[in-house]
Structure formats: structure tokens, C-alpha cells
Design a protein around this ligand. Structure first.
Ligand code: SF4
Length: 330
């Protein structure tokens, strides 16, 4: 950043962060205040935190969850009577997760928390590396066609929910940022899965059966890049490496497309986020938050099925996590 530029907000300190989409150049302090204001806005808009909450905070060792833990810690103290429980899911990715885990431990220690770790090995007896080897050798068309991220993401979500139930938490906080939400939205569109658009959101529904813990996404208004700036400016410990399986992901293509588009047309990522939130609001208004793909009438809500194995909410007989766990037993 040009040494001559002064912060557009305080007009005193030197600007260190440029936000192309808004034309603002901000000093470290004003940028961090803006970052935290956006988390508070997400909290207000979607009623994420309440007094008395016990929240499992998904911590990965990366920048998003580091920024999230830091801001939630501040916010929880301000609101009062909120317990945060950082949980890391160790997938078992050699050369990647061990380093990230060390960063997560250091981050939690610096904030006065103990990190609780759950692993894929503890769940299924196999690390993700071993699961991917089995998938590569499998003749089962369903299992062999699953992407590493689909397997990993499904088991991670399942395990985080399991952890939250065990730790008696009533919410799970996930470090999904504005980029992640925009990518997921576009991926659903590109896969012709409009139902998927209504399935994910800033706050997931409580199904009332005590088996699925609601998820909250406090970073929904924060672009990925700004999470990194925030961590740097606050001196938060985070791991910068890339998962070796990331190249397999369809998400990578969508991410590159959005990054290139943002470069040429600053603000496009926020437009995608806005489109998603507007569409979601309309779906909720028209169909009462139920599936958008099969809306028969306003009053004929579609009952959500229960997985025959674990009892969790799912749209088929057996949920995807239980299907994967079955493949691993064969
Ligand atoms: Fe899991 Fe994919 Fe993320 Fe790697 S990139 S940690 S495989 S979801």
C-alpha cells in the first residue's frame, strides 16, 4: 500500500488495507473495527448469539476460524453468560492437519481455552488419507465417485454435530466467510440443485428432535481476504498451508472464477452474497423455509426424513455420513 495514503475513516493514521469494492483505504484499527462491526451485524441480522448459549466453535487452525474465535470471544464476554468450546476435527491428512492443529492449540491457549479434538480415526478407525486410498481402489460406483472434499466435509459436519451433542452445546459456530457462502450458492446453481440453496444458510434450523445442533456462521459478511488481514493485524496464530486434496474440489473452480471476477469487477462477490440472501428470504417467505425444489403448496410442507441409521435429518433413507461409514466397514 502507498505510504502517502491516510485512513479514509479516522483521517489520522496511515492506511494499511485497501478495500477495492468500496474504495476505502483503512488503517489497522479502523479496519479491525469494521471487521468486528460486520460480525455484530451478522449476529443482529440472524440472531446468532443468546445469553445462556453453549457454543462449539469449529477451529481448524486456519485464518477464518482464528478470526472467528477471536471476535466471538469478545462478543461473548460483552453479551455475557455464553460458553465457547473450541473443537478441532482432525481428518488425518498427513503433512497438513498436524501443523494446523499446533496453530489452533496456540490460538486457543492465547485466548484461555482448551482445544478439544475429535478425529476421523476415532469415528471410523480410518484417517482421511486411508479413506481416500480405499475409495481409489473401490469398485462401488457410489463410493468411488465421491470427491475427497465431499467425504471429508460430510464426515466433518457429522463429527462436529456429534461433538456438540456430547459437549451439551446448543449451537455450532462455523467459520464460513462471504466467499464460502457465495461459492456454495453458485455450486448449487451449477449442479442444478436449487434445493441445496434452501438447505444451507447463515443459521440452520433447529429440527427439534435434539439430534441436529443448529449451526451459525458469524463471518457471513466477511470476505476471505479480510479474515487474513484481521489475523495479521491482531497477531493471531494461523496456518497458511493448502490441503493436498483441495485440487480435487469442484469448489476450486468456482473459487477461481469468483476471484478472477472480483479482480475485474470489484464488489461482485458481495453481489453474489446479496443475491443468495435475497433469494433465500424469498424462498422462506413463499415456502416457509421448506424445500424450494418440491414446493407443492404453501401449506403442504414436506416432512424432513430421518436417517434410518443415526436418526439425523436427511432427504434419503440413509444419510451420506452413514453411507460413507458403511462403505468403510466393508
Ligand atoms: Fe477436507 Fe477438502 Fe478441506 Fe481438504 S480441502 S480439508 S479434503 S474439505
Amino acid at each position: 500500500m502507498n505510504a502517502e495514503i491516510t485512513c479514509n475513516c479516522c483521517r489520522k493514521r496511515k492506511a494499511v488495507v485497501g478495500l477495492e469494492y468500496s474504495g476505502l483505504d483503512l488503517c489497522g484499527q479502523c479496519f479491525c473495527e469494521l471487521f468486528e462491526r460486520r460480525v455484530r451485524k451478522a449476529n443482529r441480522d440472524f440472531a446468532m448469539l443468546r445469553r445462556g448459549d453453549r457454543i462449539v466453535v469449529g477451529v481448524s487452525g486456519g485464518k477464518d476460524s482464528a478470526a472467528m474465535l477471536h471476535v466471538l470471544d469478545k462478543l461473548a464476554r460483552k453479551i455475557g453468560d455464553i460458553t465457547l468450546i473450541p473443537v478441532l476435527i482432525d481428518e488425518g491428512i498427513k503433512g497438513y492437519r498436524e501443523k494446523a492443529k499446533k496453530k489452533a492449540e496456540a490460538l486457543c491457549k492465547a485466548h484461555g481455552y482448551k482445544l478439544t479434538v475429535y478425529s476421523f480415526s476415532g469415528l471410523s478407525g480410518k484417517s482421511l488419507d486411508q479413506i481416500i486410498k480405499l475409495r481409489n481402489k473401490s469398485h462401488d460406483p457410489q463410493f468411488s465417485s465421491m470427491g475427497a472434499c465431499a467425504i471429508c466435509g460430510t464426515l466433518r459436519k457429522y463429527l462436529l454435530n456429534k461433538a456438540a451433542l456430547k459437549l451439551n452445546a446448543n449451537k455450532v459456530a462455523i467459520g464460513h466467510n462471504a466467499d464460502d457462502i457465495g461459492q456454495t450458492f453458485l455450486m448449487n446453481i451449477l449442479r442444478a440443485d436449487p434445493d441445496g440453496v434452501s438447505r444451507f444458510g447463515p443459521v440452520s434450523e433447529n429440527d427439534g428432535d435434539g439430534l441436529t445442533v443448529p449451526r451459525i456462521k458469524p463471518l457471513i459478511y466477511l470476505p476471505e481476504r479480510e479474515c487474513a488481514y484481521y489475523c495479521e493485524l491482531k497477531g493471531l496464530s494461523y496456518h497458511l498451508g493448502e490441503c493436498p486434496y483441495a485440487t480435487e474440489a469442484f469448489r476450486g473452480l468456482v473459487k477461481d472464477f469468483l476471484n478472477d471476477s472480483e479482480e475485474k469487477y470489484p464488489g461482485i462477490k458481495f453481489n453474489v452474497l446479496k443475491s443468495y440472501l435475497n433469494l433465500r428470504a424469498q424462498l422462506e417467505e413463499n415456502y416457509g423455509g421448506k424445500s424450494a425444489a418440491k414446493p407443492a403448496t404453501k401449506s403442504s410442507s414436506i416432512p424432513s426424513n430421518k436417517c434410518e441409521k443415526c436418526g439425523g435429518k436427511c432427504s434419503k433413507k440413509i444419510c451420506r455420513a452413514c453411507q460413507i461409514l458403511e462403505f468403510l466397514k466393508k
